[in-house]
Design a protein around this ligand. Structure first.
Ligand code: FMN
Length: 364
């Protein structure tokens, strides 16, 4: 039934303004009577930062910013869902239009700018489904006009630790001016010290909620050295590599749309995202696991992400072009690879190509 709905709805959604289509997709997920997802093959399961994932495929942040449909997304077959980015106070984000499809490139540019209903609304929804099971993490960010951005993150960790499976500290959106400055060494060290401390403070009541750090794929390698060093020293539980890119590969076909300001995602991000993931993997030295995101649009690119260093993967943009059948297709490809290579789970693939990827020419 999901497949039929998807096939019927997608051409219609693609004909709409991208943001209207997104709003409608959320509404459909809210009201469609989706059946429980079929149980996953146990060979796809893994334990990562203390959580048991039924499969490694996650819905990336930004689709369900306000935690409206996490359970519907789990029913589509995702192994986990990351809601958010949520900001402490509601804010409208940037003026429309602010979301663009690059059809010929299977890419997306967004400059939404953390449009958010705010923490209270998301907290209410997550609290209402807290006993429903399934892994639902929350991605948190600072308000645009916040006087103390670090305090925003601390407060959000304190509030969401009890109702989220994990919390992602998002300092990598290109659409909130100055946000990515939080990736600078001295600022990041202070931020991570305070968010990890906040997590410890609330853990007697909330449990040991993992804290992940989501970075931009646009960091210079020298800065990545610092970021990984600080993340290790401050003992974060994992990193997500990464967010959208402000770069524009010269290979893009949709050259006019490519001039829009914002973060590029989807297929054109795959090579850069994989390179940064591999560069991160070799620096982390197994201190914590990585989540790979950026341009996954097939079983092969999903496996490529795992081989570049990802214990888990996330996707968003390709759903626009490929639909939700992609989730099942990725699972089938991963299972076929396991059967072919005689492995009983995905562990042996994680990082298998990381060194080789870092030796390639820098992606355009
Ligand atoms: C429309 C849109 C909105 C997004 N919003 C967020 C967000 O709020 N927070 C965040 O951390 N990442 C956000 N992202 C980035 C995605 O989570 C993901 O890191 C990135 O798109 C790369 O994956 P993809 O190529 O599979 O889309 C957004 C991406 C898109 C396309």
């Amino acid at each position: 039934m999901i497949g039929v709905l998807d096939r019927l709805a997608r051409p219609f959604l693609r004909a709409l303004d991208p943001e209207d289509a997104h709003g409608l997709a959320i509404k459909m997920l809210k009201f469609a009577p989706l059946p429980e997802a079929a149980p996953d093959d146990p060979r796809l399961a893994s334990r990562v930062f203390g959580l048991n994932f039924p499969n490694p495929i996650g819905m990336a942040a930004g689709f369900d910013k306000n935690a409206e449909v996490p359970d519907a997304l789990l029913r589509l077959g995702f192994g986990f869902v990351e809601v958010g980015t949520i900001t402490p106070e509601p804010q409208p984000g940037n003026p429309r239009p602010r979301l663009f499809r690059l059809d010929a490139d299977h890419g997306v540019i967004n400059r939404l700018g953390f449009n958010s209903q705010g923490a209270d609304a998301a907290l209410r929804r997550l609290a209402a489904r807290a006993s429903a099971g399934g892994i639902v993490g929350i991605n948190v960010g600072a308000n645009k006009n916040s006087a103390d951005r670090v305090a925003d993150y601390v407060r959000l960790i304190e509030r969401f630790a009890a109702v989220a499976s994990y919390v992602t500290v998002n300092i990598s959106s290109p659409n909130t001016p100055g946000l990515r400055n939080l990736q600078q060494a001295a600022v990041l060290d202070d931020l991570l010290a305070r968010v990890v401390d906040a997590r410890e403070r609330v853990s007697p009541r909330s449990g040991p909620t993992p804290v992940l750090l989501k970075i931009a794929p646009d960091l210079a390698l020298g800065d990545l050295d610092d970021v990984v060093g600080i993340a290790r020293a401050r003992r974060v539980d994992g990193m997500i590599v990464g967010n959208t890119t402000v770069t524009r590969p010269p290979t893009l076909h949709e050259t006019e749309t490519a001039k829009e300001a914002g973060g590029l995602s989807g297929r054109p991000l795959y090579r850069l995202g994989n390179r940064m993931l591999a560069e991160t993997y070799v620096r982390v030295e197994d201190a914590f696991p990585l989540v790979g995101a950026g341009g996954i649009d097939s079983g092969a690119t999903a496996l490529g992400k795992i081989r570049a260093g990802a214990s888990l993967i996330q996707l968003y943009s390709s759903l626009v072009f490929r639909g939700i059948g992609l989730i099942g297709e990725i699972k089938q490809t991963l299972l076929a690879a396991l059967a072919r290579d005689g492995h009983s789970n995905l562990k042996d693939y994680i990082g298998a190509d990381a060194a080789a990827v870092t030796a390639e020419a820098w992606p355009d």
